[in-house]
Design a protein around this ligand. Structure first.
Ligand code: ZN
Length: 301
């Protein structure tokens, strides 16, 4: 298995077992690896969502923080790059494989920043219909203390970093983080590079929003932009475009069948992902599961 497949498989274990906090997973063998994307901007990979790291003259900050048991390893990987402690954590959305380290980093002095709905969902028990899994409310120390409705901007390390909320897509609290000078974007789980996206319909997710968010990111990117996906390897505008085209095509096919009044079983039997499965169906979501979520998303209106 590639590292990418491993990461997506780990996510599947987490979500299907209902352990968004990562209990039951063996983190002892996880290595945190850092990849330099631009001066002062790095991507860290381990288990769970990819992490963005900014270091420089003003403050160290990270985007997402994987699982709580990995905090020490993540902090060690950051320490190998900068002596300055993490002052801010931005969460791209509420899922535990992206926010599991919040409490630890918060205790160590970081200010946690996220969209209003991230704090809202983390504050109460959540139930995921697709996986029949329950995630208990996070402890107070894990909650974002600075929240925003539309966007917030960090003026740090010589860059202007926009954190932009998008309409419901993967969840109802997703943000794209855009380093305008470094030309780097972190898309959180709006983008699964190389696999079908998980649409968390129970958290307000919507397939139309995934397509719209990809369109928005494509509009902000150029051919040199480095794109950190929520899961999978570092991406570019070219790979993001292929992902957007795939999601849009499946959405259109399922939508036409929903309009005809077809049942989920009928839609799955029509195999709307058939020609995509070889390339996109080997990760966390299989074609049928993805179709199920697209169907649920389009049927809920
Ligand atoms: Zn997620």
């Amino acid at each position: 298995m590639t590292r990418h497949t491993v990461a997506l498989a780990a996510l599947a274990v987490v979500l299907t077992a209902g352990h968004a906090a990562g209990q039951g997973q063996d983190f002892s063998k996880v290595d945190i690896e850092a990849e330099s994307l631009a001066p002062g901007v790095h991507m860290l990979t381990g288990a769970g969502g990819n992490i963005g790291l900014s270091v420089g003259e003003d403050a160290t900050f990270i985007i997402d923080d994987q699982f709580a048991p990995l905090t020490e390893k993540i902090a060690a990987a950051i320490k190998a790059i900068t002596a300055e402690p993490v002052r801010f954590v931005v969460n791209t959305h509420w899922h535990g494989d992206h926010t599991g380290g919040n409490e630890n980093f918060g205790k160590a002095g970081a200010v946690i920043i996220a969209h209003d709905n991230v704090r809202k969902r983390m504050s109460t028990d959540q139930f995921n219909e697709a996986f029949k899994s329950r995630t208990p409310a996070a402890p107070k120390g894990a909650l974002p203390v600075v929240t925003f409705a539309d966007s917030v901007t960090l003026h740090l390390n010589g860059d202007t970093v926009h954190v932009i909320h998008v309409p419901p897509a993967h969840t109802d609290g997703d943000s794209i983080v855009h380093f305008t000078k470094a030309n780097v974007m972190h898309m959180g789980d709006l983008y699964f590079n190389g696999g079908y996206p998980f649409i968390d319909v129970s958290s307000g997710g919507d397939v139309n929003g995934i397509v719209a968010a990809a369109d928005k990111a494509l509009g902000m990117a150029n051919d040199q932009t480095k794109i950190i996906p929520g899961h999978g390897p570092l991406a570019s505008r070219t790979t993001l475009r292929a992902y957007r085209d795939m999601v849009r095509t499946v959405r259109d096919r399922v939508s036409a069948l929903v309009e005809e009044g077809k049942s989920l079983a009928d839609v799955q039997a029509a195999q709307p992902t058939k020609d995509f499965d070889a390339q996109w169906g080997n990760g966390f979501m299989k074609g049928d599961q993805f179709v199920g979520l697209v169907y649920a998303s389009l049927s809920k209106k």
